[in-house]
Ligand binder design. Structure first.
Ligand code: ADP
Length: 397
């Protein structure tokens, strides 16, 4: 493979692209670009290999009302200028849901696209955008091979007990099970963990991916044993806008007693809840941390209380715990959130080193802590690029 690898991560409110040299194995992209805040106040940012900000004047067409489609078109137009004649060989996509059929990265065909489209109701905030990005690239450069990498894939190693709901067997058999998400992020953390803690990486580890979306994964031998997200990316932790785990009776009450329509309930649970709903201020943790409003404090307290409870709830799946890893925007940057979660886990022997935690150091637990606590940046794009390299390698054909 001679051309570069393009990775595309089209999320619910952001689109991220990265360009990798075909031989780059250290996970560092030649350049990255992101448009965040789609649908409200979109913001463009782009960085070169060294992390320096690239000029962003090319996106003057980015309006507050820009749709995902507009944003994709603008990003591809911007990219065209940046590539400056450099060739691309392959485009790798983050696709949130692979259902029961897709776990390994796969070359996308029209038939596969149709199958993935059928899974859209299981990830209504993500899957349609992921698939729209694939279609946009097919229109932009029809000759390029496109590869789908699945967020559900990493969790296919979960024990059956961790995947079953206590629902009638026939429903489990038709695929109403706990799939789990954020697999590309967990895959990346699993791949770099031995560099940090050696053979302890194969021990009992819980990774907390705390970004706009948030979940936790219990790993042993660097494989998923259990995870906090379930059938959809709505379950588990409280998130920026999503409610996380909820008594299903609340949904019945909203339907039957308050007469809400399914679409209204979907919007409530996916877009108006979480940090935003509880604080009444913002879905953005940094904004809440900087606020003195009681609602902001309560939202952070609920977020950290529920995170600690969920983490503790994953320990039985491992039979103990040696390492906690915090990652993603909040996990990597918020000393306050990590402190509040770990303070509630002191009974497990978790003890932080305050200075290391405040400095976002790699190891933030004290020497006396019974559990090592790390902060590691995630890199979903590196996992997608690696999958592209593997699938494009003729020796794997
Ligand atoms: P996404 O899931 O969209 O990739 P990120 O992983 O970038 O999101 O995480 C975004 C979250 O990280 C936001 O809530 C943001 O406020 C939070 N965040 C980023 N930097 C900080 C910081 N320095 N302190 C607290 N929160 C932060």
């Amino acid at each position: 493979m001679t051309g570069d690898i393009l990775t595309l991560n089209a999320g619910s409110s952001s689109v991220k692209v990265a360009v990798f040299h075909p031989d780059c194995r250290d996970g560092t992209a030649r350049m990255t670009a992101k448009i965040a805040g789609i649908g409200r106040a979109p913001v463009f940012s782009a960085h070169d290999r060294a992390g320096q900000t690239l000029a962003s004047g090319q996106l003057e067409k980015l309006a507050p009302s820009s749709s995902h489609e507009d944003v994709m078109a603008l990003l591809l137009e911007w990219l065209e200028g940046q590539l400056d004649g450099q060739t691309l060989s392959v485009v790798g996509h983050r696709v949130v849901h692979g259902g029961t059929r897709f776990s390994q990265p796969i070359r996308i065909t029209e038939a596969i696209l149709q199958d993935l489209n059928a899974l859209a109701p299981l990830a209504p905030l993500h899957q349609p955008h992921n698939l729209a990005a694939i279609r946009a690239v097919a229109k932009w450069r029809p000759e390029l091979t496109q590869i789908a990498c699945f967020d559900t894939g990493f969790h296919r190693t979960q024990d059956r007990m961790a995947t079953l709901f206590a629902l009638p067997r026939a429903l489990s058999e038709e695929g109403i099970i706990r799939y789990g998400f954020h697999g590309l992020s967990y895959d990346y953390i699993a791949s770099v963990l031995p560099d940090q803690i050696g053979t302890a990486a194969d021990g009992r580890v819980i990774v907390a991916h705390l970004g706009n979306g948030a979940s936790m994964c219990a790993m042993q031998n660097r494989k998923s044993v259990a995870t906090s997200m379930g059938f959809t990316a709505l379950d588990g932790l409280m998130m920026g806008r999503r409610c996380g785990a909820l008594d299903p009776g609340v949904v019945l009450y909203l339907l039957q007693s308050k007469g809400m329509e399914p679409a209204e309930i979907e919007a409530l649970l996916y877009k108006q809840s979480g940090l935003l709903g509880v604080s009444g201020i913002s879905n953005n943790m940094k904004v809440l941390e900087d606020s003195d409003a009681p609602g902001a404090h309560e939202a952070i307290d609920l977020y950290t209380y529920r995170a600690a409870s969920t983490l503790a709830g994953l320990v039985p799946a491992l039979g103990g715990l040696e390492t906690i890893v915090f990652t993603a925007g909040i996990g990597e940057n918020s000393a306050r959130v990590r402190r509040a979660i770990c303070d509630r886990l002191q009974w497990l022997g978790v003890e932080l080193d305050s200075r290391a935690n405040d400095a976002n150091a790699i190891k933030i637990s004290s020497a006396a802590s019974a559990v090592d606590v790390l902060v590691l940046p995630t890199n979903e794009e590196a996992v997608i690029a690696a999958a592209c390299r593997t699938l494009m390698d003729p020796s794997n054909a």
